[in-house]
Design a protein around this ligand. Structure first.
Ligand code: F6P
Length: 534
């Protein structure tokens, strides 16, 4: 399917990216501007011809029809027989969204209003714990019920004026123990966030939190909230319906931070800022739906990704936010992108004979510069870098910090593209007094091959609205890549097998089951645990 792209990538392999800027207005032509944001993909080897070939894929792979089907509530998550409607959660205008002939918007807006009322009660001190106003909120969840809330709460910390937000996800007891030990159980609110309300990590942590609280609080269930689609299970856990915020199965876990799963963010930043976050996402939805493909930011972001992975064959991509408050964004994108598009079978069940989604990884700049950028600049693998930076920070008194941060971000994409030739490196070493073979040897270590592609997403400031736009931008990017790849971006069967085996292994570790059917390696590891715990 990607033969044309691969042939073009081979033809362009020796083309200097810098020379492409000889074409007048390349930067403006190979970027998409939108309402306080600019996505620049000009520092790549995408030419006009490559772009056209990529855009042809949008047409030939039915992306536009699929987009229509998604917004219309058709069951495009075919392996689970579900619609995909996270966009309904930010459809603040409330235009009807039909699922199986029923308009889901009244319920969505009703839940949002209930969340707002509850958040206001908690933030104002009307809702209290046994010991008075709530000072701390602990969100217990994992995967989509954790990464979005944690990432969002951290990203928007300049807007925090509610109780402190804490996040527990790992079943490793260290996570909950370290979190709870600093808290007062009498003024802590625990949110159990689990779409299914069966996830073993979350339910184990929720039980531990309840046990902890019941040592101090007479009615711990009064300080618990559930965010889930499974109301019977939340009642069985003892959380009254008034404090259960439900959503439907057409919201995938990794797409769920816009609704009840975002409650911890709303509690921290307040309903108005949370609404601005939803408005930003809604604006990105409208842009994705209406803008022509070449001017459509999610589509062009997706096509750049496809060019690099399926066309050029680069196995990974790095997400590099120059924003400390986006430190959890790479982890959030890892679930969003890899759980969505890390598949090997197409919609109709055939095995792909092409690459599906790439490995996604990253860290905030400038920290990454002092860790793994060495490999990005001089390693043998080419890693397309997706830089992100705000023009303005939130600390006016520290504007000089932000200037430095921004300068570093722009410098990295320039350095990756320009590189440094052997000739220049020789001159540098000659200036330092090296000569002969030693000069040559030293110079070679200082060569930067350059010609390494990167994109930059720059925006005015990381406000709630802008964060909403950015997250929705990436959601739609994943959708477009998945549609072109012909896979289902909305299921996650690949996480199941390990869960089943963990359930089997737990009694083997406790000694209640023999584990005699296990392979030699697993048995050896179990034996090691037994000898070190008995
Ligand atoms: O294990 C994968 C997964 O199902 C994710 O898709 C999901 O976000 C996470 O587990 C948590 O699921 P739940 O919200 O049902 O606890």
């Amino acid at each position: 399917m990607f033969d044309d792209l691969q042939a073009m990538a081979a033809d362009l392999a020796d083309t200097d990216i810098l020379t492409l800027f000889a074409t007048k207005d390349r930067a403006a032509d190979f970027s998409v501007a939108l309402d306080g944001m600019l996505f620049d993909y000009s520092k790549t080897r995408i030419t006009g011809e490559v772009r056209q070939t990529l855009l042809d894929l949008v047409e030939s792979r039915g992306v536009i029809d699929k987009r229509k089907a998604m917004f219309a509530g058709k069951p495009i998550n075919e392996t689970e027989g579900r619609a995909v409607l996270h966009t309904a959660l930010r459809n603040l205008v409330g235009a009807p969204v039909m699922v199986d002939g029923e308009n889901v918007m009244p319920e969505v807006l009703d839940t949002l209003n209930r969340m707002r009322d509850f958040a206001e009660d908690v933030r104002s001190g009307r809702f209290t714990g046994q010991g008075g106003a709530i000072t701390d909120v602990v969100n217990i969840g994992i995967g989509g019920s954790h990464l979005g809330p944690e990432m969002g709460a951290m990203a928007l910390s300049p807007y925090h004026d509610g109780p402190r937000a804490h996040f527990v996800s790992n079943v490793d007891g260290a996570d909950i123990a370290d979190t709870l030990k600093a808290l007062n159980p009498e003024t802590t609110l625990v949110i159990v966030a689990s779409k299914s309300f069966t996830t073993i990590e979350t339910m184990t942590n929720a039980q531990t939190a309840r046990d902890w609280m019941s040592n101090w609080v007479e009615r711990p269930e009064n300080q618990f909230v559930a965010l889930s689609t499974a109301e019977e299970k939340t009642s069985a856990f003892g959380i009254p319906p008034a404090r259960v915020f439900g959503f439907e199965d057409w919201v995938g876990g990794r797409y769920s931070m816009w609704g009840p799963i975002g409650l911890s963010i709303m509690l921290a930043i307040g309903p108005n800022h949370f609404r601005a976050f939803l408005e930003g996402a809604q604006a990105m939805d409208a842009h994705f739906r209406d803008a022509p493909p070449q001017k459509n930011m999610p589509i062009m972001l997706a096509l750049t990704g496809l060019w690099h992975h399926q066309g050029c064959g680069y196995p990974t991509r790095a997400v590099l936010p120059y924003d400390q408050r986006l430190a959890r964004l790479p982890a959030y994108f890892q679930q969003l992108e890899m759980e969505s598009n890390g598949k090997r079978v197409t919609m109709d069940g055939t095995t792909m004979d092409y690459a599906s989604g790439p490995v996604v990884w990253g860290e905030p700049g400038t920290n990454g510069q002092h860790a793994f950028y060495q490999l990005i600049h001089q390693g043998t693998d080419v890693i397309p870098c997706e830089f992100m930076v705000a023009a303005k920070g939130h600390e006016p008194e520290l504007a000089h910090h932000h200037r430095l941060l921004t300068a570093n971000c722009l410098a990295q994409s320039e350095a990756l593209m320009r590189g440094r030739s052997l000739e220049v490196s020789r001159r540098l070493m000659a200036d330092k007094g090296f000569e002969g073979d030693e000069l040559e040897r030293q110079a070679r270590h200082r060569v930067f091959p350059g010609n390494r592609p990167s994109t930059t997403l720059i925006y005015d400031q990381l406000t709630p609205y802008r964060l909403g736009q950015i997250v929705a931008l990436y959601e739609h990017r994943v959708f477009v890549e998945g549609a072109i790849l012909g896979l289902n971006s909305f299921d996650q069967w690949g996480v199941e097998l390990g869960k089943v085996l963990a359930v089997e292994l737990e009694p083997v570790l406790s000694g209640e089951a023999s584990g005699k059917d296990k392979d030699g390696s697993t048995s050896l590891l179990v034996h090691f645990v037994h000898t070190h715990t008995s």
